[in-house]
Design a protein around this ligand. Structure first.
Ligand code: URA
Ligand code: SF4
Length: 220
């Protein structure tokens, strides 16, 4: 067996995105390299990887779960229905989308086929962990003041263990290993869309806006 084949097998067997990070760590290089990531199996069925997008000088990184159906097609984070909810809430809280950076804990869309439809499936703990090097690189490059965790997968990616969102929403915590980096907890905007009726959706939206207004007070 040649060394090249041995190296190839070694990389294939190693779980996690680390071996796929580019040598030059800036956003354009990261965005290019993520398309070649094989750090877990999710690249196999997704259309493309969806990297973060937004201001490279953002004070806050907004962290979602994984791209959805629309994001998978368009290659940008939070541009589908959940993104519309996020945009509306940001606007109501007085935060401009172009002053923040938006990304996901997992960069490939995970789904289950049901006939012709592709239905969102939650990423596993192993997949969340495998994808962390990309998020870590985004944090290293952007050096934000803090990270807004949109829902439990985002919080699990930061804290490394399953995390109760509702008990912690609006809390300003500290990153477990990056001293001084703030972590703000709120819900995932898609959870509003999953509510049964209009009244519940309106209520949830109001609460989400209140969370973002609380964040806005600590924004700068
Ligand atoms: N949900 C997410 O968590 N991220 C997206 O980019 C879209 C929907
Ligand atoms: Fe790599 Fe993350 Fe995609 Fe898995 S989900 S292949 S770790 S970019």
């Amino acid at each position: 067996m040649t060394k090249a084949i041995k190296d190839f097998i070694h990389v294939k067997e190693k779980i996690g995105a680390e071996p796929y990070l580019p040598k030059i760590l800036d956003l354009p290089h990261l965005k290019g390299a993520v398309q070649f990531c094989r750090g877990c199996d999710l690249y196999r069925h997704a259309t493309q990887a969806v990297f973060g997008d937004g201001s490279p000088h953002a004070k806050w990184i907004f962290l979602g779960e994984q791209p959805g159906l629309v994001e998978d097609r368009l290659g940008l984070p939070f541009v589908g229905p959940a993104g519309n909810i996020l945009d509306e809430a940001l606007k109501s809280a007085g935060i401009e989308r172009n002053e923040i950076y938006v990304t996901n804990a997992v960069k490939h869309f995970k789904f289950e086929r049901q006939g012709k439809r592709r239905l969102h499936k939650r990423p596993s703990g192993v997949e969340i962990k495998a994808c962390q090097p990309w998020l870590n690189a985004e944090i290293d490059v952007i050096q934000p003041k803090g990270i807004v965790c949109l829902g439990s997968t985002a919080a699990q990616s930061i804290f490394g263990t399953p995390f109760k969102i509702l008990k912690n929403r609006q809390k300003l915590l500290e990153h477990p290993s990056r001293k001084g980096l703030l972590i703000f907890i709120t819900i995932h905007p898609a959870s509003i869309l999953r509510k049964q009726n209009e009244d519940e959706r309106r209520e949830e939206m109001q609460d989400f806006i209140e969370d973002l207004k609380a964040l806005k007070k600590n924004f700068n």
